[in-house]
Design a protein around this ligand. Sequence first.
Ligand code: UD1
Ligand code: UDP
Length: 380
Amino acid sequence: MLRVMSVFGTRPEAIKMCPLVKELAARPGIESLCCVTAQHRQMLDSVLEVFGVKPDCDLNIMTPRQTLSSITSKCLVGMDEAVERLKPDLILVHGDTSTTFAGALSAFYHQIPVGHVEAGLRTYDKFSPFPEEMNRVLTSHLADMHFCPTAGNRENLVKEGHRRNLFITGNTVIDALKTTVQKDYHFSTEALNALPYSEKKVLLITCHRRENYGEPMKNILMALRQIAESRQDVELVYPVHLSPVVREAVDQYLRGAPRVHLIDPLPAGEMHNLMARCYLVLTDSGGLQEEAPALGKPVLVLRRETERPEAVAAGTVKLAGIVQDDIVTMTERLLTDRRAYEAMAHAANPYGDGNACRRIADAIEWRYGLRPEYPEDYQA
Ligand code: UD1
Ligand code: UDP
């Protein structure tokens, strides 16, 4: 049996890797192992529960206000024990977090091949997103198999000199959405059932990125406050990330504003179905930029750049930036100009057809001689 160990630790990695862990487990020639770093504790556990995944190993590294060095070093040390005990033939990492980079580096130290899921995203700005851009560049150099969500991501890797084992698979987040979004979904968070989805415009907000800490986050939160205070026709729902830095900023600049619902992070199923029902998404998250187009929801990105140009090209995502007036103006437009809203609110699927996990598992089987045919690429 080929022992494939998936390593992840944060909420988005878990949402995008759990479907793959399960797909690999269904392959007769593969033993699917799962090692969580628990870079996120509660937010990770919530996702594991939704998908019913039980890790084989839990490094339990999270501490309050953890630094980048502490995450990376604790992951590296913890991985030594995990690799020794679970003896993987291939290690899979996902995306661009500190867990991703440390997981790939540890695999290299143990001379175990690395597969990088969600490979090839780039902004070409070393400090934005920080530290994610450098995490993913470094991980590409450590990786032996690159699972690119889109043809553009593959192109980025080719330009950087990566030539072998590049697969276009779509993004596994669409696989996850297929299992979570339901037409007549009933929220277990009662307040979400009670929101006036048809009488008012429900804006779904998230904001957590390190490069937005400080002044940018203040600007973003003040923009949200201005929108909430000036418009009777909106309700803002903001599941606030557990980072104390984010929570302090939200308490300082947004708490107490009218029509603003500050809630704890939602389980993935609740979040995905809320997104399916809301009017508009404002976010600095990466994952939401991939999910919202599939659900036909416009997204205003609270950042200066994005590594997801496919969603911008599809017309469902626009960069709003980090300046208060710009965010307010762009939001106002989508609240008042029906044509501008309709132009963005259409379902588009640049990130996949929900079969990314199947393609990744096929590619692994092919590389290890368990399948004769080269896997088909995803075509948008
Ligand atoms: C991390 C990733 C980022 C990803 C984001 C997804 C890095 C450097 N950053 O950023 O790429 O977009 O996750 O959300 O890898 N906390 C809890 N409980 C939790 C989760 C977090 O209390 O379940 C608190 C802790 O105090 C922790 C802090 O949040 O120290 C920050 O977590 P951390 O993983 O360092 O950074 P994120 O901003 O979450
Ligand atoms: N998400 C969630 N609950 C929340 C907020 C987000 O389940 O309260 C999901 C969201 O739908 C997406 C993922 O978490 O699937 C995105 O994670 P996050 O924004 O933390 O990280 P990023 O994508 O920016 O790396």
